[in-house]
Design a protein. Sequence first.
Length: 349
Amino acid sequence: MKKNGENKNSFSLNKETTIITPKMLKKRFPLQELDKIFISQSRKIIKNIINKKDHRLLIVCGPCSIHEIDSAIDYAKRLKELSEKTQNKLYLVMRSYFEKPRTTVGWKGLINDPYINNSYNIEKGLHISRSLLLELTKIRIPLATEALDIITPQYLSDMFSWSAIGARTIESQIHREMASGLHMPIGFKNSTDGNIDSAINSIIVSSKKHHYLGISQNGVVCTIQTTGNPNSHIILRGGHKPNYYERNIIECENKIKQNNISTSLMIDCSHSNSEKNYKNQEIVATSILKTIKLKKYSIIGIMLESHINSGNQQINVKKDKMKYGVSITDACISWEKTEKLILKIHDEL
């Protein structure tokens, strides 16, 4: 028989690897002063859109997740060129998602497994991600992410102009606390079953001050005290069924008003709203455009999953055999479809 206390160090069986601190990574890949000004201005514009001071439509679009550097830079350059054509009515922000929440198992993103070979070199993933974010920032396109891991924002959050809390983490206390300390506007998705109450509660909670455990810029465990994030909104992404129809928007706005929070809404044209068929994103976006033109509701933006080429591909082949600019997670619409759709939205608005 084992004696009491014999397993007191059982956690030591898990492997621990010390990695670079946030401060050291930022020193290696620093933001220049002009970069900081651009990100600050982008955040201010998005805040103004959420608070109805800027009447442009916010469009967050890009790959479901980034897995290759060249196609991400290629996409950013195309989106920048398109944004210059449409900036009088639209404000385009690029999805730069490096972490993927999984319902069961699967590739968890560029940070977790940058070589897509189960080597899980997270430190290298952080290096690659911050280096890429610097390149994208110099293209002068605002960047968006999903705040998933509670440690990675210490390494990367200074690069983003907008962030989302996803449907799988919307009820998590630690994610609400983390959101209260982020300095960019935040979109909260309804839960996977379509419940919007969790998103409303998250907005209320994240607007307050909090204390929680985290790491400092020097990589030391510390207590983090936040000031609360007042710039947030709900994202309708569907649940057991789509929820982008007029009746869903009315129901959501009524609940929001009852809780005295911002009535600003964003519609995710993918996920359950597209019934998990990427081609339906165009149908959803066109429907939302008609609703926006009624000028009765508080829709401030849409989300699109878009890449250079359409669809998605399996990752059970060698990385150098993968198709260029094709998602390895959720399927995306092609750049040609994206450009045509965004120009249509611009022209009709």
